[in-house]
Design a protein around this ligand. Structure first.
Ligand code: NDP
Length: 287
């Protein structure tokens, strides 16, 4: 007979991720590193889920007592109809990437923008700041909403397609009463004098460290905070240009780690060690 001590259990607390293309998602490495480092008896399961199976997968997660799960593409919007409620920023964005079990309810949160904000507040207070944001897709929307909720003064959205840009600006004006304007991006954009924070939230630079943002590099001034959402490679051309011009540069890998920190905090209640998570992520990405 096997004798177990009172504190011993062979049952982990479960969290995980539902997405398509799950095999390419390195998040599991950094979350499991946090669990191991803090001695948490938790497991993060990376799950491949098709859109047709999403409802059944969420019901399954409920039935198996999952404490929560991340939701990545293509489920960030469609998962909402399977949940019991939404956090404030997720409700404004209409997108969820982190589900948290609170009591017997599954509540949708969005950590994309919160991860970004955590990076930003490590170097500056967003209140009253003037922001230029390249992009108007999912990442840009999450960042813009979180910035709006944290009290920035105004946001200029610079986007290639006018319709997507307009949609984001109208959301910021309508739901957050924020001063927001759209610049349709054609040709090199000059950052206006007086801008405090410049963000690339497009996919330019993903897998290509030399991909160029259409921007007058000389308009980046010392003292500006410059951030990129691209996590791999972290030293994008945009980040290198900004650092060379004396800006405070925040890479997308930091944002990804901070998202992980926020998720682990939501699920477990403890604040995990970000340096352990960043190391694990760098190792997983071969950086
Ligand atoms: P979307 O497809 O929703 O949006 C892409 C955006 O990039 C759009 O604004 C699009 O403009 C713009 N874009 C793409 N290519 C070009 C180009 N050649 N020239 C000008 N604009 C371009 O993607 P997401 O918002 O979901 O993701 C964007 C990036 O953010 C991805 O690389 C993703 O990996 C990264 N990301 C990073 C996170 C992190 O934690 N570090 C978290 C989430 C995302 P248009 O509207 O004109 O098509």
């Amino acid at each position: 007979m096997i004798v177990m001590s009172d504190s011993q259990t062979f049952l982990h607390e479960l969290v995980g991720s539902m997405s398509q293309g799950a095999a390419g998602n390195p998040t599991v490495a950094m979350i499991e590193a946090a669990f191991a480092h803090h001695g948490l008896h938790w497991q993060y399961i990376n799950m491949e889920v098709t859109p047709d199976d999403l409802g059944a997968a969420v019901r399954g997660a409920r039935a198996m007592g999952f404490r929560g799960f991340n939701c990545s593409l293509p489920h960030k919007v469609t998962v909402i109809s399977h949940l019991d409620g939404l956090g404030e920023s997720a409700a404004v964005m209409g997108a969820v990437n982190c589900v948290v079990r609170r009591g017997d309810q599954l509540i949708g949160e969005n950590t994309d923008g919160k991860g970004f904000l955590k990076s930003l507040t490590s170097v500056t207070d967003p209140r009253g700041k003037s922001v230029v944001l390249f992009g108007a897709g999912g990442a840009a929307r999450a960042i813009a909403v979180e910035l709006g909720l944290s009290g920035v003064r105004q946001i200029t959205v610079v986007n290639r397609s006018e319709s997507r840009g307009r949609e984001l600006v109208e959301l910021l004006r309508g739901k957050l009463k924020l001063s927001a304007e759209l610049v349709v991006w054609n040709g090199d954009y000059a950052i206006p004098t007086g801008t405090d924070v410049v963000i690339n939230a497009t996919s330019i630079g993903l897998y290509d460290a030399n991909a160029r943002l259409s921007l007058e590099v000389s308009s980046l001034k010392p003292g500006m905070v410059v951030a990129d959402v691209i996590g791999n490679p972290p030293r994008t051309r945009f980040i290198r240009d900004a650092a060379e011009r004396g800006c405070s540069a925040l890479d997308g890998l930091g944002m990804l780690v901070n998202q992980g920190i926020v998720g682990v905090q939501y699920w477990t209640g403890i604040e995990p060690d970000g340096s352990v998570m960043r190391r694990a992520l760098e190792q997983a990405l071969g950086l």
